[in-house]
Structure formats: structure tokens, C-alpha cells
Design a protein around this ligand. Structure first.
Ligand code: ADP
Ligand code: MG
Length: 334
């Protein structure tokens, strides 16, 4: 059973940035306005997230990393918080099977913080000889999650990683996307031991400023707003697009569906196609799109390693978005 859990976990969490994505989503769901991320050795040695959200009740700590049970901590109707992979209550459980997990957390009405360690889905002692019970400690409201030695017990997965800086780049990319999308939330992300700030976005930055900070200002200066709503297909979208992505040789695509970063090659191709008539030679599009779709129309039942999302009337919706981009671009002289 343990081997099965470990294999399943390794399929959900393929790279450090997948684990971090789950931690970010949890912290944002907890109402945090500040997320601080610390990374050691491309995330393999340490992925640490400190938030100032609602915290976790001490009574919930024993079952926090048990598969599927934790979803019950939240109202089940809260469909916007469906996890990226289409199932709930699996992220922390998975991580606890393939890493050393430590959580320090404090709710507003608790007089102290509580610290707990997990292994294989359950509470575990911090050190041999100690009990597994959560320990009282000092701390501010919010949660700190430390994921250490990711894949320590999955040697094949560990060997697949060659470069810490490559992994860090993927982590920074994921943090950057959420830093653009999550208005009102401050983000910082840095490598352990590094003097510089790494990536830093203050809570009060506008979306355009966020793009300016994370990507580059030339791109941000030429952003065009798009906004669209349609009741027939049950969606609305807003975003910022630019046909002058000066910083990259590739299309930069920030796509959020119901506030989760997702990939959609269908949308990406369609937008690139739309842009091809407007782009200066050699330029690449930049787009940030936040789509809200009736959750009942989104197919979240895709395979965990497949990070693509499907939704009903995809073709029609994508066409409407591209039309909107064409219209907006047509109105702007470049
Ligand atoms: P899910 O998010 O699908 O419920 P997770 O395994 O990602 O499953 O998280 C389990 C539960 O732990 C969450 O539902 C939430 O109640 C709690 N939780 C996790 N991270 C945080 C956090 N940073 N702040 C507050 N609660 C958290
Ligand atoms: Mg989660």
C-alpha cells in the first residue's frame, strides 16, 4: 500500500514546481496577502512557503495529510477551489509520501502556533525517539510549510534532475504567473543564501505593474486590456495582451481558469494564430488571460501528469476571445 501511495504521489508531483504550485494555491485559498517562498537546490533540498492566511486548526493537523479526507475541512460546494489535478485533498498527502514535510501554523483564535511533521500521510516524529504529536511553539498567524528532500525515497525521480538552476527557473516561472494573477497579494521568491531579493511583488501593485516587475517593462507598456462575458457558454474573461513581447523568443502565456494556472495548447495556438497578422517580424505574443467558467463545464478529470484543461464549447469560447483580441488590436496603432 505504501509503495502504491509513493508511486501515485510521484505521478502527481513530478517536479518541485508542481509541489510549489499546490502550496501557492493552498496559501491563496487561505486568504493570505503575503507569500514568501524560499528555495534550496532547485527545490529538491527545500521548498518553503510562509503565508499570513487563516492558519490550520490544531484539531485538523492529525488528518491534514490523509488522502481525500482534508477536503472535508472546507465546504464541499466551494468548487472554485478544486485542485489543479481534478481531485481534492491530495496535494499535502502526496507530498508527505515523497518528502519530509513540516508545518507550523497558527489561527487567529489560537494562543500559540503548532508545529507538526509528516511522513507517509500521517503525523511523524521530528526526530527519532520523540512523539508524533504537534508541538506548541511561538509564531504569527498563518502557515509555514517546509518540504525537505523531495523525492528522497524515489531515486529514479531524483536522478532525472540534472540542474538546480533549471528547476529554479521553472519555480520562478510558476511563482511569476501567480504573482501576476493574485491581485492584493505580495509575493517574494528567492534562493536560499542569495543576497538579492529574487522576485518581489508588493501587495498593492496593479496587474500591469505586476507584469512589469515579473516580465519586462517594454512588454508591459504595450499591453491592451481585453474583457468579455457570455452567458450562453457560462464564462467571462479578462486579461492583458501585447503583441510586442520583447523579452522572449517564445510566446509568453499566462492562462488561469477559475484562478488556477493551466495549460491549453488550443488557446495558445489560437492566440498565436490571431497575432500572426499583427506581429512585427520575429516578435512573440504575450498574453495573460483569466477565464472564469462555470465549474460544471470544466473537465477537471484529466490525468494528473497531463496539465491541460478541457471545457465545454471550447472552440466557440476560444474564437470569441480571439475575436476580441483582433478587435482591440485593430483599434490600436502600432
Ligand atoms: P485541498 O487543497 O485539495 O483541500 P491539500 O492537500 O492541498 O488539499 O490541502 C489540504 C487542506 O489543508 C486544505 O483543504 C486546507 O484546509 C489546509 N491547508 C493547506 N495549506 C494551507 C495553508 N497554507 N493555510 C491554511 N490551510 C491550509
Ligand atoms: Mg490544495
Amino acid at each position: 500500500q505504501d509503495v502504491v501511495n509513493k508511486i501515485a504521489a510521484g505521478e502527481i508531483i513530478v517536479s518541485p514546481f508542481h509541489a510549489l504550485k499546490e502550496l501557492i494555491e493552498n496559501a491563496v485559498d487561505a486568504g493570505s496577502t503575503s507569500l514568501e517562498i524560499l528555495v534550496k537546490d532547485g527545490g529538491l533540498k527545500l521548498l518553503q512557503m510562509t503565508d499570513n492566511g487563516c492558519g490550520i486548526n490544531k484539531d485538523d493537523l492529525p488528518i491534514l495529510c490523509e488522502r481525500f479526507t482534508t477536503s472535508k475541512l472546507k465546504a464541499f460546494e466551494d468548487l472554485t477551489s478544486i485542485g489543479t489535478y481534478g481531485f481534492r485533498g491530495e496535494a499535502l498527502a502526496s507530498i508527505s509520501h515523497i518528502a519530509h514535510l513540516a508545518i507550523t501554523t497558527k489561527t487567529a483564535d489560537s494562543s500559540c502556533a503548532w508545529r507538526a511533521h509528516y511522513a507517509g500521510g500521517h503525523l511523524a516524529p521530528a526526530k527519532a525517539g520523540q512523539t508524533s504529536d504537534p508541538k506548541a511553539c511561538a509564531g504569527r498567524q498563518g502557515t509555514q510549510i517546509a518540504v525537505e528532500d523531495l523525492f528522497y525515497n524515489v531515486p529514479t525521480r531524483r536522478r532525472a534532475f540534472r540542474s538546480a538552476s533549471e528547476e529554479y527557473a521553472k519555480i520562478a516561472d510558476m511563482v511569476g504567473k501567480y504573482a501576476v494573477h493574485c491581485k492584493g497579494v505580495a509575493f517574494s521568491c528567492k534562493k536560499h543564501g542569495e543576497a538579492g531579493a529574487g522576485l518581489a511583488v508588493p501587495a498593492n501593485a496593479s496587474v500591469k505593474d505586476r507584469i512589469r516587475m515579473v516580465y519586462n517593462s517594454a512588454t508591459a507598456n504595450e499591453l491592451i486590456e481585453i474583457e468579455l462575458q457570455n452567458d450562453q457558454y457560462g464564462f467571462k474573461t479578462d486579461g492583458l495582451v501585447s503583441n510586442a513581447n520583447h523579452s522572449s523568443k517564445k510566446t509568453t502565456c499566462l492562462l488561469f481558469i477559475n484562478h488556477r494556472a493551466v495549460d491549453s495548447s488550443v488557446i495558445k495556438k489560437a492566440v498565436e494564430q490571431t497575432y500572426s497578422t499583427f506581429l512585427p517580424k520575429g516578435g512573440k505574443p504575450f498574453f495573460y488571460l483569466s477565464l472564469e467558467i462555470d465549474p460544471a463545464r470544466v473537465d477537471v478529470n484529466v490525468h494528473p501528469t497531463k496539465r491541460e484543461v478541457n471545457f465545454l464549447n471550447e472552440e466557440e469560447i476560444v474564437e470569441m476571445i480571439c475575436d476580441e483580441i483582433r478587435t482591440r488590436l485593430g483599434k490600436v496603432d502600432t
